[in-house]
Design a protein around this ligand. Structure first.
Ligand SMILES: [Zn+2]
Length: 167
């Protein structure tokens, strides 16, 4: 296993649209293992392949405190969504920034598992938020892009300054 490098916003590569996985195979499974290790090490509750510069539709999520309930979604699709709620989100690609985002609070998602088998899951609350957040990455969207232009401009300036200070 390996810990992968996570792209940092506003890296242009985060805007890449991911391809569907054509065949779930050992390469996919290795990617999933590395992504899970990277997510746990960060630590975070979700990671999309886009964030590690692999542009295929793969996401991993684990919202458990014990880090033993890994969920893998390959080629995920939202079949149904309902309700709406606003919650604070963060992202491993935008460290230290937490902002409120409005999303569906119930989603039914269909995806493939690590064996290439199709499954459907009904998610609500925090899990539903995480899945939608990670699926956005596959479409090249970072959660801060839901904010107003003014807020995004301020945020980019803040991140730039922070990066300069870190050098
Ligand atoms: Zn994210």
């Amino acid at each position: 296993m390996a810990i992968l490098q996570i792209l940092q916003y506003p890296d242009e590569r985060l805007h890449t649209i991911a391809r569907k996985v054509v065949q779930v195979n050992d390469v996919t499974r290795k990617l999933v293992r590395d992504m899970a290790e990277t997510m746990y090490a960060a630590p975070g509750v979700g990671l999309a392949a886009t964030q590690v510069d692999v542009h295929e539709q793969v996401i991993v999520v684990d919202i458990s405190e014990t880090h033993d309930q890994l969920r893998v979604f390959i080629n995920p699709e939202i079949l149904r969504h309902s309700g709406e709620s606003e919650g604070e989100e963060g992202c491993l690609s935008v460290p230290g920034i937490y902002e409120k985002v409005r999303r569906a609070d119930h989603v039914t998602v269909q995806a493939l598992d690590q064996e290439g088998k199709s499954f459907t899951v009904q998610a609500e609350g925090f899990l539903a938020v995480c899945i939608q957040h990670e699926m956005d990455h596959l479409r090249g969207k970072v959660f801060v892009e839901y904010l107003s232009q003014l807020k995004q401009t301020r945020l980019r300036a803040k991140l730039k300054k922070r990066r300069r200070e870190a050098l």
